[in-house]
Structures are given as structure tokens and as C-alpha cells.
Design a protein. Sequence first.
Length: 184
Amino acid sequence: MLYNVASLLKAPAGADLRQTIDGVVTLESDGLEGSGEAHVVGPVTGEVRFQRANQGILATGTFHARLDMQCGRCLTHFEQDLDAAFSDMFYPTIDVVTGTPLPTVDHEPGFVIDSRHHLDLSESIRQQIILDLPMSPICRVDCAGLCPICGGNRNVTPCDCEEREDAAHNPFARLINLQLPEDA
Ligand SMILES: [Zn+2]
Ligand SMILES: [Zn+2]
């Protein structure tokens, strides 16, 4: 998801450039602690505004992504839409006019524009998706989850394990089937 921002880097502060977002973003599983597995399905689409600031370029935009996640209760995969916004600073590493390397601005949060004046939005969007992922995704609010006894998915195959378990621990359970003598 590269954008050539050479001309914007030559423009005075305040100049802006609007572009569409349409590209692939991959989530690496090591950044997803607590959220289980999550993948982006298809392209991420949206709009971005690049604005020339004194030290770099401010990218603000909105995007839409479709996510494949794993339900924390029943472990099935489900898809969910995500609409999110981002705002990140990108700093040039090379002076666009002279071609000389610029000192790194490592005290500021943000990303770098590479030596060919390409700004890569994918890392910015990737981090925003990870921030917006639910800590414990569930496929639906009333997901019944897995049965702790037989391990079956109770959304798909309801079982009576818990009732039978309760009956087994009930000291009067045997009385339920007790036959009283006819003439008592
Ligand atoms: Zn579920
Ligand atoms: Zn069961």
C-alpha cells in the first residue's frame, strides 16, 4: 500500500493530497495476544488525506476491513466488518530536494517515508486493526459455546450433558425412577 509523496514533500506546509485506499493488509499472529486468530479477508478499502506538516506528512483516513476471527466460546471462525479511522505522522528519511539523508526523528511516534519517497500505509492500518480487535471475540452475543462435558458445539448440537450431570449428583435422583408398590 505505497503512495508516492515526493510532490507533496516539495509543497508548503498545509498542502494536501487525497487518495483512495485499496490494498491487502496481513496481520501477523504475534501481535494478537488475547484475541486468538484473526485475518483480514479481501482488500482493505477507504480514503486517506495526506497533509504536509513542517516535519513530515500527516495521514488521516478511514477504512473498511472484513475480519475473520475465532469465537472464544465455541472456537468456530466467523467474519465481522470493521470500520475504523487512523491518524499517523510519516517522516521523510531523505531530503526530497537535495537527496541528502535526514536525521531520524525517533522521539516522535510515527512512521518513516522511504528513500524513494514512498509512504507505506499498511503498517499504520495494520496497527489500527489490531487496536480495534475485540479482546475476546464471540461469534454472536448468545453463543452457547462448547459443552464442558462432551466437547460438542452447543450452537450446532444441543446436548443434555449438564442435566444428566446434575441428576447424577442429586442424592434424590434415584427416587425419580423409584416404582412404588401398586397397593401401597
Ligand atoms: Zn461462538
Ligand atoms: Zn454435552
